[in-house]
Design a protein around this ligand. Structure first.
Ligand code: CIZ
Length: 308
């Protein structure tokens, strides 16, 4: 493995590349990355950097967002099949029909969607700014929110806004078992639950903190508690334990009987160190977006960035 790591480091230098890794990537990839973060933070890092190649270790919509924001740079993704159940649930033709049936609605889309869906939207949001963005929309304006129905329900609950929701879910966040979680809390009465808003409402109801990936890490850093049951993709525990080594972190249990008993995103885990090396060597697979779609998708992203 050391050999592979050294070869990746050498290619990075030779090709003036930057390696960006999402919190949900496997540990070896996070350890070799220049930056580890959420998808928007990573795309912004890429824009601030003078690299020629962005190696995005995450899923397809994230690499697309990096390309939308950095059109002159080559963006590559170790495995082109690294998709997202949320993005797949919302196809452009169906979404266009849905919007056309509700022409007076403001279309807000969560960043977990394809470039084509972003191009059909008025404003994009992430889980860290979704509440603020919805609250900024005049109350008389009806809203379509897509594609995550759990995040949508959470926003409705927090803001009181009545939004039309697209029926998409994240399979990794839907996999948590409430029965196992309650048992785990019984065994660990000194622990609190922190959860991502893509989780189902019964999970959110028992959470002490609800927030984005970056929000969860910040919360653990400043929290008065010391033991956390973490309800999001288990890859985040690596960064969290590096940032707060004294914290006791337990991944929230999934309904699956898998080896970690936690919830892992199979799409995220398609990227491996071996594939990372091969993609840097061949500079492929490369992300390409038709310019007309890229420009249309950039507008709602820029609205979100301006807002922030
Ligand atoms: O945008 C991201 O990185 C995702 C998918 C979640 C989050 O909360 O940061």
């Amino acid at each position: 493995m050391d050999n592979l790591v050294n070869k990746i480091k050498a290619l990075k230098k030779e090709k003036n590349a930057i390696i960006l890794a999402h919190y949900y990537q496997e540990e070896d990839i996070q350890d070799i990355a220049d930056y580890v973060g959420d998808s928007l933070e990573l795309s912004k890092k890429a824009a601030e950097n003078d690299s020629d190649i962005i190696v995005f270790c995450g899923v397809h919509f994230m690499a697309e967002t990096a390309k939308i924001l950095n059109p002159t740079k080559k963006v590559i993704l170790p495995d082109l099949d690294a998709g997202c159940s949320l993005a797949a649930s919302c196809q452009p033709g169906d979404f266009k029909d849905f919007i056309e049936k509700h022409p007076d609605h403001i279309v807000v889309t969560y960043i977990n969607c394809s470039a084509e869906i972003k191009a059909l939207s008025n404003i994009v949001c992430t889980s860290s700014n979704a509440l603020k963005i919805i609250e900024s929309i005049p109350t008389e304006k009806p809203i379509i929110f897509a594609p995550d129905r759990n995040l949508g329900k959470y926003i409705i609950n927090q803001t009181g806004r009545n939004m039309l929701l697209w029926d998409g879910v994240c399979i990794a966040h839907e996999a948590f078992s409430i029965e196992k979680l309650i048992k785990l809390l019984d065994y660990n009465p000194d622990a609190i639950v922190i959860a991502h808003p893509e989780s189902e409402s019964h999970i959110l109801q028992i959470a002490t903190y609800i927030g984005s990936t970056s929000g969860m890490i910040k919360y653990v850093k400043k929290s008065p508690y010391n033991k956390f049951i973490v309800a999001t993709e288990a890859g985040i525990l690596h960064k969290m334990s590096q940032e707060v080594p004294e914290a006791q972190l337990i991944p929230a249990p999934s309904t699956e009987d898998n080896s970690c008993a936690c919830s892992e995103c199979g799409f995220m885990k398609l990227n491996t160190l071996e594939k990372l090396y091969k993609c840097m060597l061949s500079e492929s697979p490369e992300i390409s977006i038709p310019e007309v779609v890229r420009k249309r998708a950039l507008e709602p992203i820029n609205r979100m960035l301006k807002f922030a």
